[in-house]
Design a binder for this molecule. Structure first.
Ligand code: FAD
Ligand code: MLT
Ligand code: ZN
Length: 518
């Protein structure tokens, strides 16, 4: 499964179809780690400066009203059951919510929100709870509105490729339904087994194939949402073209649950590719990664569907902490270059040509392999997709997700590695190179306030000074909200605050998230 130079690699280039999804949907696992052993500290202890808004307290009359709307079985009050809705996937946030509501329909969501707005009860929309910026869980006693029961696929049109689904549908499940019609979901991410399409839209999730299929801002044709007053905003069109006024759905996409609860969406799905191939390369400098990307763009062109990079520290984490094996020897960097196309012969010629050029160009890739079957394909992807999970095994993870000009991407990792030398277990950099998106991570055995002080705000200042974005794809949530001005002009933030006030006059919808304190 390994080859060292072009000559030995090329004969192995057999075309493989993308493996079929697994038969059952496994919920995304978290590793057992020292940090996940006990409960994370309360978020209010970590952020003592955040004060509870002037919201009402829950009463028995509220509980009776909710029971009348969703039925007693879907009003969760038991503290043990509520706990998992209070803790985020990274286990860095723990809220003090006491109530979870699980509506089934848009009408139920609307009735709940109308009641909460009238009573000034704060709420948090929650999908799969895989968000990485503390946006999906309460801080104080906000009521969690879970979309998990709103999980019906409403329609798929195999001709136009338009899929309409309720917000609580799990991404992987939708992709499987799309596959049955020769289609695919336009986004794919490591959390696909748990994250929901509503959460994907609310975070404007990017993922592994954005460079090919574009952002959800482009592939979402319509959506329905319940606004903070309880009104239903019906923009659920399935049209490709609709220039009638402002595109209000774009406000909801990426709003992280602060402007309303997305209840349904219409997504444009591309045709599922007939042939998918994956090359895995070892490289010895970041310049070689950039040169390889340039070559990939030039020689793979329209069939390039992913270009991901992994640094040696990230690779060490998946090997040491998860026991995964890497088919290549030690390298400073690794690249996954995937192609998806419709003509196997044509695609194969292109990938052959690309690998030949990469291997023969001095200072480019020095080692490589191509997935020969579904098992190898899945294994190679797991080396990339499971990094986030492997880092958690170290204990505590400080996670950053930034956009930078390509030339600066790895400079930030090197700069921070030097700055934190001796204080962290590792500084790991990997990400969606084709999108200019770096995932920068630091780990320590347990939370260390001194380490955090060395990282923030320094890392955000560094990104701002190069006109990058302090949140490429994960959003601002609670964790990054105070840094929004690093990437958005003051006036733009003021306009956002006006929009928030207009749609959510009582500020009940996911308070303390996205927008900074006044
Ligand atoms: P949640 O975590 O439940 O919520 C996220 C935010 O959206 C919260 O602010 C919440 O209030 C809001 N929200 C949720 N549902 C709704 C709704 N119906 N209406 C309004 N607001 C709502 N992100 C990427 O961009 N690219 C990746 O490659 C990627 N990979 C990941 C891999 C792993 C292993 C994990 C754990 C996370 C990853 N993420 C990635 C982060 C995460 O943003 C996505 O997993 C996903 O988009 C979140 O969906 P969710 O249903 O879990 O939302
Ligand atoms: C990824 O690309 O794997 C996700 O965005 C999560 C992460 O930051 O690792
Ligand atoms: Zn990512």
């Amino acid at each position: 499964f390994q080859a060292s130079r072009a000559a030995s690699l090329l004969p192995q280039l057999l075309l493989r179809r993308r493996p079929a999804p697994a038969g059952a949907f496994a919920l995304l696992a978290r590793p057992a780690s020292s940090a996940s052993g006990g409960l994370p500290p309360l978020t209010t202890e970590i952020h003592p400066g955040i004060k509870r808004g002037a919201f009402s307290q829950l009463t028995d009359a509220d509980l009776s009203a909710f029971e009348a709307i969703v039925g007693g079985d879907h009003v969760i009050k038991d503290a043990d059951e509520v706990l998992s809705y209070n803790i985020d996937w990274l286990r860095i946030c723990r809220g003090q919510g006491q109530l979870v509501l699980r509506p089934k329909t848009t009408e139920e969501v609307s009735a709940i929100v109308r009641h909460c707005n009238k009573r000034r009860l704060a709420v948090v929309p929650q999908g799969g709870n895989t968000g990485l910026v503390g946006g999906s869980v309460p801080l104080f006693d906000e009521i969690v509105i879970s979309t998990s029961r709103m999980n019906s696929l409403l329609s798929i049109d195999p001709v136009s490729g338009v899929l309409v689904a309720e917000a609580g549908c799990v991404l992987e499940q939708l992709d499987r339904e799309a596959a049955s019609q020769g289609l695919m979901m336009p986004l794919d991410l490591g959390a696909k087994g748990s994250c929901q399409i509503g959460g994907n839209l609310a975070t404007n999730a990017g993922g592994l194939r954005l460079l090919r299929y574009g952002s959800l801002r482009g592939t979402t044709l319509g959506l329905e949402a319940v606004l903070p007053t309880g009104q239903v905003l019906d923009c659920l069109t399935t049209l490709r073209k609709d220039n009638t006024g402002y595109d209000i759905k774009q406000l909801l996409i990426g709003s992280e649950g602060t402007l309303g609860i997305i209840t349904k969406a219409a997504i444009l799905c591309p045709a599922r590719p007939k042939s998918v191939q994956l090359a895995f390369l070892g490289l010895d400098s970041f310049q070689a990664v950039l040169d390889t990307y340039r070559l990939a763009r030039r020689s793979l062109g329209e069939i390039l569907s992913a270009f991901e990079f992994i640094d040696s520290e990230s690779m060490r984490a998946v090997k040491q902490n998860l026991g995964l094996s890497c088919p290549l020897g030690e390298h400073s960097f690794y690249v996954l270059a995937e192609t998806s196309g419709s003509n196997e012969t044509h695609d194969r010629e292109k990938l052959d040509g690309f690998i030949e050029s990469v291997m023969s160009m001095d200072g480019c890739a020095t080692d490589g392999t191509v997935a020969q079957d579904a098992g190898q394909f899945a294994h190679l992807w797991s080396l990339r997709e499971r990094i986030v999970e492997s880092l958690l095994v170290d204990g505590y993870e400080y996670k950053y997700d930034v956009s930078l000009p390509l030339a600066d991407i790895y400079r930030l990792v090197e700069h921070m590695r030097t700055r934190l030398d001796g204080r962290v277990i590792r500084t790991a950099g990997y990400g969606h190179l084709g999108d200019g998106n770096l995932h920068l991570n630091f780990t320590t055995p347990k939370f260390d306030a001194k380490v955090l002080e060395l990282i923030e705000p320094h890392v955000f200042d560094w990104v701002r000074d190069r006109r990058g974005s302090v949140s490429a794809e994960h959003g601002l949530g609670l964790k990054k909200s105070q840094y929004i001005r690093h990437s958005k002009a003051d006036f733009a933030v003021r306009v956002m605050a006006e929009v928030k006030r207009l749609l959510d006059p009582n500020g009940i919808m996911n308070p303390y998230k996205v927008l900074p304190d006044e």
